[in-house]
Design a protein around this ligand. Structure first.
Ligand code: DX5
Ligand code: ZN
Length: 226
């Protein structure tokens, strides 16, 4: 994965058809997705239960681009190896998931994946200040973890602050939650380069009719690049 700060659209399969994950991954990539965002939830750190390493391993052969795994779980460390083995390119853990985020980032890179750290809306940018020389991505949550289709929480000031902290380090700023053609320009202007979108990508389409996925992805990208 070479680094560049061009806008990337990462559809979240939390909004996909749960009976057809493999076909959905192929469909969104064929329709222009840059990455595939996989929302892992444990019903403990996040108030929902989705899927785990086995699902990641099953969809890996259907993903040609980047499998961007977002762990909304606690504890994280016991599961890093399994997600890396399942083929995750990026593994993102929440700074709020435990007392040893520095060690978790070391463990993710040690397992051969790129390391991401995620911040819930209530967590300040300063929480990652000591991690900037050991992560590849900072994920700014613009909803509280748990579900797709929630209302965007404006975090543009935090994104701007993070962009300044990061400087020219090769670190992606990923926005996650409530991204659509209206909110995408706000966060892109503030310095974000990876836009996760679930409901705004999958709405109106299906595996058998994926055209809307492409139109939705193009609309978000165009708005972010305007
Ligand atoms: C929420 C997840 C998000 C969510 C995005 O806990 O981390 O990735 O699926 O869905 P939308 O884009 O519908 O807000
Ligand atoms: Zn996510």
């Amino acid at each position: 994965m070479s680094f560049d700060r061009s806008i990337k659209i990462a559809p979240s399969i939390l909004s996909a058809d749960f009976a057809n994950f493999g076909a959905e991954c192929e469909a969104i990539e064929a329709q222009g997705a840059d990455w595939v965002h996989v929302d892992v939830m444990d019903g403990h750190f996040a108030p929902n239960i989705t899927f785990g390493p086995a699902t990641c391993a099953a969809i890996r052969p259907h993903i040609k681009t980047v499998m961007d795994v977002h762990l909304m779980i606690a504890p994280v460390d016991p599961y890093i190896e399994a997600f890396a083995k399942a083929g995750a390119d990026i593994i993102t853990a929440h700074v709020e998931a435990g007392p040893h985020i520095h060690r978790t980032m070391q463990a993710i890179r040690g397992a051969g994946a790129k390391a991401g750290v995620a911040l819930n809306p209530g967590t300040p940018a300063s929480a990652v200040a000591e991690l900037l020389d050991m992560v590849d991505l900072v994920c700014v949550m613009t909803v509280n973890p748990g579900f797709g289709g929630q209302k965007f929480i404006d975090m543009t000031a935090k994104v701007r602050e993070l962009r300044a902290m990061i400087g020219d380090r090769p670190i992606h700023i990923e926005i996650d939650g409530g991204v659509d053609p209206t909110t995408a320009p706000l966060v892109a202007a503030a310095g974000a380069d990876v836009l996760v979108a679930g409901s705004a990508v999958f709405r109106g389409g299906s595996v058998s009719d994926p055209e809307p996925y492409g139109a939705n992805i193009r609309a978000i990208r165009a708005a972010a690049e305007a």
